[in-house]
Design a protein around this ligand. Structure first.
Ligand code: FMN
Length: 336
């Protein structure tokens, strides 16, 4: 990537941290970020991340081994903090000497960050507020991803542009911060790098790459969709703190509303505790995403996609996407 001197200079800290040629992460996408896409991203100079999602420790073990068979470049593993076997999953990462573990889905439970660091791996976290970001750095987090509500999948309420203005001036000099959500072109990457980010994370742009195992019908729906088709889910009951999900609108969106009503009614009747209710909602998403992304049920499955989906127009090899992003970023920096 020596053709991109300005971009490389701004990405240098990010590249050193990740051990990759570019500081472009492909964010973990449940079912989609498996060995083929992850290895392709890392082989193309990006940084792939396996989505553990609801996998058992045995499945994660096989997925990491499978990825290692396809690449000798570094890659990470994304673990969901509410997974009941979180510490066993950390042990699987340790067994394979995974260099980077991303903790997603909530604040890391007590001891989890230390357990990861003891394996020698770096810990990458998310944080909804600046105060929680600082707290996590104090607790030993090595890097932070700030992710805005333009992103695909589970989202917070604040736009990437606002998060970048809040977090980067405070954190970027001392800490490693990556920006995610709504990035479709290199011009945007240039902007965040200039603000102090050491790299970026994209999901939607990579979901339909040639190497992605996503179903052809899932990919076709992405190519047709525009930014406005990627809608955030609506919270039906204020007591049930459902994390919104951004996905292409379809029948599955309505089924999710019905699912929330069903779970809220169970809460009313005292049949489930709040934590179990939330877990039921998360299981619903995992199943619905599999139906869409793997089985190709684009009608009632969950078509998780970010607003940058309008910039995804055709199937392209990962290497071409990364080269295009780097070249657009370099052009933008050169025009300054
Ligand atoms: C289909 C899909 C599935 C996702 N699944 C996960 C996941 O399992 N864990 C996670 O931390 N993020 C997940 N994400 C978020 C991505 O890792 C990434 O942060 C996000 O896509 C970046 O924003 P963008 O979509 O605007 O590029 C998912 C995103 C998509 C589009």
């Amino acid at each position: 990537m020596s053709a991109f001197p300005k971009t490389n200079a701004l990405m240098q800290r990010g590249c050193e941290f990740l051990g990759s040629e570019t500081a472009i992460l492909c964010g973990a996408m449940s079912w989609v970020s498996e060995r083929n896409l992850v290895a392709a991203i890392s082989n193309a100079g990006g940084f792939g991340v396996i989505a553990c999602g609801a996998m058992t420790p045995e499945l994660l073990d096989a997925e990491i081994a499978g990825t290692k068979a396809l690449t000798d470049k570094p890659f990470g593993v994304n673990l969901i903090t509410m997974h009941p076997d979180l510490f066993d999953l950390i042990a699987v990462c340790a067994k394979h000497q995974v260099g980077h573990v991303v903790l997603a889905g909530g604040l890391p439970p007590k001891g989890s960050m230390d357990a990861i660091k003891q394996t020698g791996a770096k810990v990458i976290v998310f944080a909804p507020t600046l105060a929680l970001a600082k707290k996590q750095f104090r607790s030993g987090a090595d890097a932070l991803v700030i992710e805005g509500m333009e992103a695909g999948g589970h989202i917070g309420p604040v736009a990437t542009s606002v998060l970048a203005q809040e977090f980067l001036p405070e954190l970027a000099a001392e800490h490693l911060v990556f920006v995610a959500g709504g990035i479709g072109r290199g011009d945007m990457i240039a902007g965040y790098l200039e603000m102090g980010a050491v790299g970026v994370q994209l999901g939607t742009r990579f979901a339909c790459a040639t190497e992605s195992i996503a179903h052809p019908d899932f990919k076709k729906a992405f190519f047709r969709a525009k930014a406005r088709d990627a809608e955030a889910s609506v919270q039906v009951d204020p007591r049930l703190p459902v994390i919104p999900v951004r996905a292409l609108k379809n029948k599955g969106t309505e089924e999710f509303t019905a699912k929330q009503r069903e779970v809220a009614a169970k809460l009313d009747r005292g049949e489930v505790e709040m934590e179990a209710a939330q877990l039921e909602i998360e299981r619903f998403w995992a199943g619905a995403l599999k139906r869409a992304a793997i089985d190709g049920d684009v009608e009632s499955g969950s078509m998780m996609a970010g607003q940058s989906v309008g910039m995804v127009t055709k199937e392209e090899p990962v290497a071409d996407i990364i080269a295009q992003l780097m070249s657009e970023c370099e052009d933008a920096l050169t025009r300054r």
